[in-house]
Design a protein around this ligand. Sequence first.
Ligand SMILES: Cc1cc2nc3c(=O)[nH]c(=O)nc-3n(C[C@H](O)[C@H](O)[C@H](O)COP(=O)(O)OP(=O)(O)OC[C@H]3O[C@@H](n4cnc5c(N)ncnc54)[C@H](O)[C@@H]3O)c2cc1C
Length: 485
Amino acid sequence: MPASSPTHSSTKSAPTTSQSDTAPASRWLVIGGGVMGLQVATDLRDRGQNVTIAEAAPTMGGLTSAWNLGDVIWDRFYHVTLMSDTKIRDVLKRLGLESQMKWVETKTGFYAGGRLLSMSNTSEFLKFPPLTLIEKLRLGGTIFYASKIRNWRRLEKLTVEKWLRRWSGRGVFEKIWQPLLQAKLGEAYKQTSAAFIWAHTARMYKARRSGMKTERFGYVPGGYAQILESWVGWLTGRDVTMKTGSPVKNVAPLNSGELLVEFADGHSEVYDNVVSTIASPFIAQSCDALTQTEKDQHSNIRYLGVVCASMLMDKPISQYYVTNITDTWVPLTAVIEMSTIVDPESELDGKHLVYLPKYLPDDHEGLNESDDDYREKCLSTLEKMYDHFSRDQVIEFKIARAKYVAALSTVDYSTRLPPIVTSVPGFYALNSAHIVKGNLNVNETITLGEEKLADEVWPDYQKRVARGQVATNATSRDEELVSSS
Ligand SMILES: Cc1cc2nc3c(=O)[nH]c(=O)nc-3n(C[C@H](O)[C@H](O)[C@H](O)COP(=O)(O)OP(=O)(O)OC[C@H]3O[C@@H](n4cnc5c(N)ncnc54)[C@H](O)[C@@H]3O)c2cc1C
């Protein structure tokens, strides 16, 4: 395995280790072992720092982590990589996994007016029954126009509804956009800015461009379980300490300039720097010393959560990777048939894997719906949607939930973001809520982690070192972590 960071080779803002990247080593704790935490740890280690990751869950990976569905091990939440996801592909290259990736052309379906319709190419789009020809042209024009917009900040000032009504017209908005927005965001779509749809469109448009006009999605054999195993192994091999099952409770500054980190089991450790990658409401609760304004900025960020069933079947349910749903009686955001991409024979024990997600705002009671109720809702809905579906075909059914998945891109969102370099020296708050130019995905998350570490965290660290505020290896101090339990 090469010694450099998995992603440094291709970044604009974080060039391969140069003079500006160097500084004496000190002790860093990265809170959160999702892909953001792994990326930050990778970059810090590449800069010669002593790095520990503290993850609350029993395994690393956060939203990308895998679980067992009977004998099948696959991601708890569905994940695909786009051809245009260059940053994650760089990570995979360095881990020796990119060459193993499988790329598959996908089809998209729509469930509209009680019918399942294909919408995978231009000719199908032109035949799409719910829209008149003029409406189709307006829809196509809106998507094309959105893909050309560079000044996303302008879009952040408008609600998505206002912008889509203006460009697509009332018919397209009410028949297509509104049901899709409601399925994805619930009533929160009313506060969501036009930047949300711009980011989504830009990603899909870019994917088609780099995928030769067809939609091709990729995965690594073994799924994210394989990626995480390799990445964690890569870091461990470079002396990064991994602490799983270690929720951090509080971070407090000491008079020495160090940070005292208290863990949920009562023991404490001392670090020189902490980068917290966890969701903003948790950051607000985990550092008392932040100013009230900083705490409010974090706790005022609204998130989308998700309830997502994984269903293993002995037969496929459709030919579509994603079936978008515009019929408002359906209580699901979409039907995602993973086994249209992932090979059932080699990866899924010959079975077919379908995800049934429902995204909901973080305060929505639906996130706490019982497993039995959500299961019944899913199965009875599928029985109505697909004539050939019967619950007897279901071999495994398991439900995953996450309350804080993606920060909601509300009007003027980027102007209200909390700072990454906080008022507490050495405490950095760098999480996916800082994604302002895209929607949440692994590529965007690790790109942000790498860029913000290089542009904000590292320069601040270098300043603190230059002012003598950090006791580094170069200034010699007891390296032992203390325990006050
Ligand atoms: C349903 C769904 C589908 C998706 N599909 C795709 C896709 O197709 N392609 C794609 O690229 N991306 C996809 N994503 C997005 C992708 O999963 C995220 O972009 C990425 O996982 C975010 O990583 P993160 O590290 O920012 O956050 P997380 O994964 O949430 O990591 C944060 C970590 O912090 C830990 N933590 C929280 N509190 C503490 C504490 N006090 N102490 C220690 N640790 C703590 C958590 O346990 C967690 O592991 C999808 C996500 C979901 C939910």
